[in-house]
Design a protein around this ligand. Structure first.
Ligand code: PLP
Length: 428
């Protein structure tokens, strides 16, 4: 028995399913999860000492690679000055200013400790500001695990077959309207049905929790237009896409200005940080300047702020943004070429530092219904073949994969050589 298998057995006795977040359990691909002991650069190492080239990157935060010296030094130095004060610090201003500079639509920024807190708070703010209860989300998009957002959700909820979670009262869920990603008609229909009741639209501008689905031309512009027409706010959930699709997020990549933005993952450099922000008049509506309540004991934690500042400073260095996009494109194209060579039907999507592939003969995957028609069994086999080869992809057909700046030529070549062998086996 491997050490990972032993640990999994032990973990299941005291931790539900042996994991502290469902997707980690490998339910989407079968088999037992590997337990990680340490990580460095582009690699993670399991409890049995095996190395894997990592395309999960802690589900997005590790954009510089693991164990980056700037982040480690910043964390150690900050920790030596005290772990938490529950009082304001200069560093919170530095990070807020940095975020605001990189994402100019975020005129004001409130720090929280997770992406879920960011989206939950942004929705509450939008509801309070507009004095409307309903909001629109898209089928297959995931925005964390707040009650109102676990309706037709993506990510682990989808992987486990529970996109609408039990425990969410129908009285809450009825205010969550679900539309189809990349289908503006479905959004207009919702607004026409409830013209004065919709507070906001929340959207992953590149959907990353039903694999990786970019917005089609005109989709995000259309959402902006509909929000303006019906007096609703537009929230871009950039927890995944922020600083990854581009330094300024998907809003910079597609040149659309949302009213509010939510961030997580990269903003904490691997520490628990989230943030939401946007239009000054809207943000001033939260406590203590406004009536909408929002708070957090560990919000703006000094060690987490130090990690975030180091991560964003490093990432902002000349050339990094273009390099990440270029290497990810090279990888995505390499997967497609290898699949074609072996006659395996594969579609690949990539934007900036995120990518996803679909076992399908369709050229375009644009919404949740398209994802559902892909060959999930083939994905599972591919995942395990790659894992054996020492390549760690997201353990679900409904998750995007991530690259980092630590993925160099050596790692890309090794990944594509492994993919070539895996596709050959899939084809045989
Ligand atoms: N929003 C998006 C787009 C996400 O991908 C996630 C997490 O994967 C969240 C929100 C929730 O973030 P967290 O897991 O930090 O609560």
């Amino acid at each position: 028995m491997t050490k990972s298998a032993e640990l999994f057995q032990q973990a299941r006795k005291t931790i539900p399913g042996g994991v502290n977040s469902p997707v980690r359990a490998f339910a989407g691909v079968g088999g037992d999860p590997i337990f990680i002991e340490r990580a460095d650069g582009a690699y993670i190492y399991d409890a049995d000492g095996k190395a894997y080239i990592d395309y999960v990157g802690s589900w997005g935060p590790m954009i510089l690679g693991h164990n980056h010296p700037s982040i480690c030094d910043a964390v150690i130095t900050a920790a030596q000055n005290g772990l938490s004060f529950g009082a304001p610090t200069a560093r919170e201003i530095t990070l807020a200013e940095l975020v605001s500079k990189l994402v100019p639509s975020m005129e004001m920024v409130r720090m929280v400790s997770s992406g879920t807190e960011a989206t939950m708070s942004a929705i509450r703010l939008a509801r309070g500001f507009t004095r409307r209860d309903k909001f629109i989300k898209f089928e297959g998009c995931y925005h964390g695990h707040a009650d109102c957002l676990l309706v037709k959700a993506g990510s682990g909820a989808l992987t486990l077959g529970e996109p609408t979670s039990p425990g969410v009262p129908a009285d809450f869920a009825k205010h969550t309207l679900t539309c189809t990603f990349n289908d503006l008609d479905s959004v207009r229909a919702a607004f026409e049905q409830y013209p004065d009741e919709i507070s906001c639209i929340i959207v992953e501008p590149v959907a990353g929790n039903m694999n990786c689905i970019p917005p089609q031309e005109g989709f995000l512009e259309g959402l902006r237009g509909l929000c303006d027409e019906f007096g609703a706010l537009l929230i871009f959930d950039e927890v995944m896409t922020g600083f990854r699709v581009a330094l300024g997020g998907a809003q910079a990549h597609y040149n659309i200005k949302p009213d509010l933005t939510t961030l997580g993952k990269v903003i904490g450099g691997g520490m628990p940080v989230g943030a939401f922000g946007g239009r000054r008049d809207v943000m001033e509506y939260i406590a203590p300047t406004g009536p909408v309540y929002q708070a957090g004991t560990l919000s703006g934690n000094p060690v987490a702020m130090a990690a975030g500042e180091a991560a964003l400073t490093e990432l902002s260095k000349e050339g990094n943004e273009a390099h990440l996009a270029e290497l990810t494109k090279r990888l995505a194209e390499g997967f497609k070429t290898a699949a074609d060579k072996h006659g395996v039907a594969l579609a690949v999507n990539q934007v900036g530092g995120m990518f996803g592939f679909f076992f399908t003969d369709k050229d375009t995957i644009s919404c949740f219904a398209d994802v559902q028609q892909c060959d999930i069994e083939k994905f599972k086999r591919f995942f395990h073949l790659m894992l054996e080869e020492g390549v760690y992809l997201a353990p679900s057909a409904f998750e995007a994969s991530f690259t980092s700046l630590a993925h160099g030529d050596k790692e890309l070549e090794a990944t594509l050589a492994a993919a070539d062998r895996a596709f050959a086996k899939l084809a045989s």
